[in-house]
Design a protein around this ligand. Structure first.
Ligand SMILES: [Fe+2]
Length: 216
């Protein structure tokens, strides 16, 4: 994939796929974080089950009460928890990724998980909007590692208020197909290299906070 820095990329995407409208920062964020009884693993456990971990952590406070019946229900794994877990999409080589960023989508079809939609503020999402407003990435090791946080606002527009970026997996409008083709470009810590396992902690405005590990 071609590389450019974020500023170049931001300029290049102004006007791309209808992203030229600068939206105000959406500050009304439900900041769901888990009860501290559930510690986040620093490195990927040998028997890591992200569905069970996120279900348990979600019931302890990381997921809003209103969504608990869904994650605990019969379709909780694939349609609700799985839908919120990250994966690295295979993108066309013509799609430009700025240097130091990684593309992330949510709800891996290879695992049978439902794709995560994205939406502007409306009655279905308490007028908060439905997108990930924060992605934290660190190298998954047992000792201290730098955490890089990317923030997102005003989906589907890329804004200068945000440190992360949206692109389309298909080159089309981000708003088509309920926003399921939205790719989040998130910053990688400088100590992460190819082949490393990273921990991704991310927050969906409507459905709470989820954690998983990926090897890049
Ligand atoms: Fe969500």
């Amino acid at each position: 994939m071609k590389k450019m820095d974020r500023r170049d990329f931001f300029k290049a995407t102004m006007g791309f796929a209808g992203l030229s409208i600068i939206m105000p920062v959406i500050s009304a964020c439900e900041n769901n974080t888990a009860n501290e009884d559930i510690q986040l693993p620093m490195e990927k456990p040998k028997k890591w089950n992200p569905i069970e971990f996120n279900r348990t952590r979600g019931n302890k406070g990381a997921i809003p009460q209103s969504y608990l019946p869904a994650i605990n229900g019969p379709e909780g794994e694939k349609k609700h928890i799985g839908k919120h877990l990250p994966y690295i999409p295979v993108l066309d080589k013509s799609i430009i990724i700025p240097a130091g960023f990684i593309p992330i989508m949510w709800g891996d079809p290879a695992k049978g998980h439902a794709p995560h939609p994205n939406a502007v503020p409306g009655p279905d999402n308490n007028f908060l909007g439905h997108w990930y407003n924060r992605i934290e990435i660190r190298r998954a090791i047992s000792v201290y590692a730098q955490t890089e946080t990317s923030t997102y606002s005003g989906w589907p527009a890329n804004t200068d208020h945000a440190s992360g970026l949206y692109i389309s997996a298909t080159g089309g409008e981000l708003t088509s197909d309920n926003g399921i083709n939205t790719v989040y470009l998130a910053k990688l810590p400088s100590d992460v290299k190819k082949g490393d396992t990273i921990r991704i902690l991310a927050h969906c405005l409507t459905h709470g906070e989820y954690v998983d590990f990926l090897t890049i």
